[in-house]
Design a protein around this ligand. Structure first.
Ligand code: C2O
Ligand code: CU
Length: 454
């Protein structure tokens, strides 16, 4: 009878857990599409990875690495449903690959050498082809030796426009990056420095958007524009401050939010994006968007009013009412847990580890497609780690034991030193996906692991 009762209670308990998890899954249904609906339009582009130079601080900075000769590479714009066929041509002195950050691509298009594809060797080409299922602000970047290849400039934006135009009079992308330049305006060519690996990665001494110092957006006072910020830095985190401007966040990491919120001080870690709905201020005003994260006060860009005022259009900001709240998520057991820590190889080289192992580590951790999964991550270190999951979006459930009600999905979340977070997701896209730190020096030193969704 004791055993029977215990079994009965166990069944009850398991059913309780299962139904809580099933409710979370059901709440997620419809939040974003399982697959893309192709329009039949094909957009073709060649992306030639090659050495170039760019004017960042008034002199030519040579030995930057570019797509098609510019930093950032070409801005790729698609309509939702369009298929992109991008041919990477490698003219670099070493192998490379492209990752489409935030886009739910077929697994073999995800760009991680050794996980999704073979490295693309010098002189070789590789064709990436996919139809993004989601509209939003995405970006592409090298996923090979990022600590040097991203730092030298191998990135660009990928914008997928909504089917219905939203009504902004301008749609502007700022790819925010920092550069470590010497007194001649040339790149400091020491990558993967021990100090950077063991601390917060390589931080530059110059902050740019679209590789220029404080680029300007201008418009008529009252004009309403969409400004997309992408943090393409190796390591630097920003907290852009839109002082005195009516600026609301409408999307995070590409995906529309459930409810808009003020743009000030969003923590934009490497990999993160925000879409900002803002109104150009009064005539004659220039507002400088300042980074308030590091305390160094770098300017990111400026917003200037020119000409006669116009009436501000009153359309509602676009939102996604189907972002789940997942209030019940705090109560369910975590399915997986990770401790992030710094260790040492037998050679003495530092390495970053998930649960004591550096990449490639063990077999991929299995996640069940279509089920609510909860993952815990504890940052057992003294430095920052922006954690990025490929192929899936997640929501932050709690931070340091406090439930968090972010009204949006993410693909990247910053862990501060000692942070303990819980995230929830319903994996939809099949295959082996990377989970890693977006500080390139940490990733290069092993800070990556994999999931298998099937
Ligand atoms: Cu933008 Cu694996 O990263
Ligand atoms: Cu890290």
């Amino acid at each position: 009878m004791g055993v029977g009762l215990a079994l009965g209670l166990l069944t009850l308990f398991l059913t309780g857990g299962d139904s809580a998890s099933a409710a979370l899954r059901d709440e997620f249904a419809g939040a974003y599409p399982k697959t893309a609906i192709a329009s039949g339009e094909l957009v073709e582009i060649r992306l030639e990875a090659k050495v170039g130079s760019v004017d960042i601080v008034g002199v030519e900075t040579s030995d930057v690495w570019t797509y098609n000769g510019s930093v950032p590479g070409p801005e790729i714009r698609l309509g939702l449903g369009d298929t992109l066929r991008a041919t990477l041509v490698n003219h670099l002195p070493e192998s490379t690959s492209i990752h489409w950050h935030g886009v739910r691509v077929p697994n073999d298009m995800d760009g991680v050498p050794g996980v999704n594809q073979d490295p693309v060797e010098p002189g070789e080409e590789f064709v990436y082809e996919f139809t993004p299922p989601d509209a939003g602000t995405f970006w592409f970047h090298s996923h090979s030796r990022g600590s040097e290849q991203l730092e030298r400039g191998l990135y660009g934006s990928l914008i997928v426009e909504e089917l219905e135009p939203v009504g902004y009079s301008q749609d502007v992308v700022w790819m925010v990056d920092d550069w470590l330049l010497d007194e001649n305006g040339q790149l400091v060519e020491e990558f993967d420095e021990l100090h950077d690996i063991t601390h917060n990665g390589r931080w530059g001494n110059v902050v740019t958007a679209n590789a220029s110092l404080a680029p300007a957006v201008s418009g008529a006072p009252g004009e309403r524009i969409r400004l997309r910020l992408i943090n393409s830095s190796n390591a630097r985190t920003y907290a852009p401050e839109f002082r005195g401007i009516d600026a609301q966040i409408i999307a995070v990491d590409g995906m529309l939010v459930g409810e808009i919120f003020p743009a000030d001080q969003f923590v934009l870690a490497p990999g993160n994006r925000i879409d900002v709905d803002l109104v150009i201020p009064d005539s004659g005003d220039t507002v400088t968007v300042i980074d308030d994260f590091s305390g160094e006060g770098f300017a990111i860009g400026t917003i200037t009013a020119v000409g006669d005022p116009v009436a501000t259009p009153t359309f509602p900001s676009p939102v996604n009412p189907d972002v789940p709240r997942w209030d019940g998520a705090a109560a369910v057991e975590a399915d997986h847990g990770y401790i992030v820590s710094l260790g040492q190889q037998s050679s003495g080289q530092p390495e970053w580890r998930f649960n004591g192992v550096a990449f490639p580590g063990d077999k991929p951790t299995p996640l069940t497609q279509g089920k609510f999964e909860k993952i815990r991550i504890f940052n057992d270190s003294q430095v920052l780690h922006p954690i990025h999951l490929h192929g899936q979006f997640f929501k932050v459930i709690s931070r340091n034991g406090e439930p968090i009600d972010e009204r949006h999905f993410r693909d990247t979340v910053l862990l501060m030193p000692g942070d303990f977070i819980e995230i929830g997701l319903v994996p939809l896209d099949e295959g082996t996906w990377l989970l890693h730190c977006h500080i390139q020096e940490h990733a290069e030193a092993g800070m990556a692991t994999t999931f298998f969704v099937g």
